[in-house]
Design a protein around this ligand. Sequence first.
Ligand SMILES: C[S@@+](CC[C@H](N)C(=O)[O-])C[C@H]1O[C@@H](n2cnc3c(N)ncnc32)[C@H](O)[C@@H]1O
Length: 484
Amino acid sequence: MSGRPPFRSESPGPRGNAGPSARWLAFLAIQSFAQRGSFVSKALDDLFTEFPTLPRDRHLATELASETVRRGLTLDSILAQYVTRPREKVEDELWMLLQLGACQLICLSHIPAHAAVHETVSLCDRLYKPRAKGFINGTLRSIERELNHQTTSDNQPLELKDLGPDLLPIFAIRGNAAGLRIVKLARRVFADPKELPLDYIAQVASLPVWLLQHWAKEETDLNRLLARALWFTTPGKMSLRVNLQRTTREAVLDLLRDADVAAQPGQLPVAIALNGSLAPGEFPAFHDGGFSVQDESAIAAVALLDPQPGESILDLCAAPGGKTCHIAERLQGTGRVIACDLSNTRLRPIRENITRLQLSNIDTLLISEEGRGLPDGPFDAALVDVPCSNTGVLGKRPEARWRITPATFADLIPLQRRLLNDALDRVKSGGRVLYSTCSIDRSENEDLVNEVITARNDVQLKTAQRHEPGSPGDGGYQALLLKS
Ligand SMILES: C[S@@+](CC[C@H](N)C(=O)[O-])C[C@H]1O[C@@H](n2cnc3c(N)ncnc32)[C@H](O)[C@@H]1O
């Protein structure tokens, strides 16, 4: 029998006219990703707009869809051992149901096993495939019978030598807690970590093996590679940026304490680090502009740019506006931020943030992909937070790992180079440019910045910082350049 940890019942209760269930919405989002390449968050937003959904169901649907897409390779590796037919003999929709059910059983230990199986099997009716119920039920039950969840000590770093082809390490962050547990399966599901360590890490952390091979060229310590890969199986811990124009960090910490949210001061004076996550919309202080959700690495970008009151600052790649608003907060109601992006759909969330945070010193500006419409300047400073491979935020964006290919880096570099040059051309002599990515790849970071500096004779590197994924937040890179 499974040694499943204790769970909190989610008691779905009778739905009446409450609309589609969380699992059905999750299934539709997974299907949208699999068949049309949609972003999970976008697919869910569209579904929640179409079908008004209770906050509890939104949360569950988001968790189910994100986890299932993020852990796709792990789930497929397990299913391949438990499904009695070859993959090509299983209809795509039924395979997705199996992924959704297996994800709940294996990865989401707070969901009762009986609910995971029963509710997933019942989706066969929504698919008008009632005859598939026995197959889905039988497969999920056979997985459930052979699972054994073991807790591990957080103090002991996980090492490949302690793992095996029947062992799945699961790093999870839920509510106020983060922890590692090991799921023991009764079958050899994964590659042997002693013989094929990169294949094993790829399977248990659900990452493309080419990406592990690529990283292993720089990070030769395989246990550190395992830790990084496992970090990317979660969306990471959340952090907040306090709007010092509206409140203080102590006041926000107090209201979090009152709401039983475990939190402490983050590394920077405006940052608060949470032990897990929260729903910001449940806090009136969020709606009043007291704080924003922002990763500590992203907060560090604007801290490095160090906007000074009265400055004019160009933000070339501004949407959804997290860093734009941080700059405006630092300008303390003075100066001006010109926030540019490619479409009104992209600019809208910036405007929503401006309203919520009650900021008065930002203008949004629509520009073309080629940079037509960019203001000439000269500006005191510029931020260029370029589109990138997202290899520092693979946990936050569930589908990102399946979108990148070995060609992604080379494809993005010409655009990143042009955007950095556009920013440098628009700051005054003595001005600053902050180049920023959420990538951990040298080619988009150090190499690109060095190449641009070498090709120009009017710029020098003041300082650069690399953010390792998980210490404490997203992975990324920021370089502060000075124009002579
Ligand atoms: C990493 S995101 C920016 C995140 C933003 N700075 C923040 O902190 O919320 C990159 C942005 O670059 C924009 N972008 C993509 N291609 C661009 C281009 N050619 N010129 C300007 N912006 C571009 C994207 O629309 C996207 O909003």
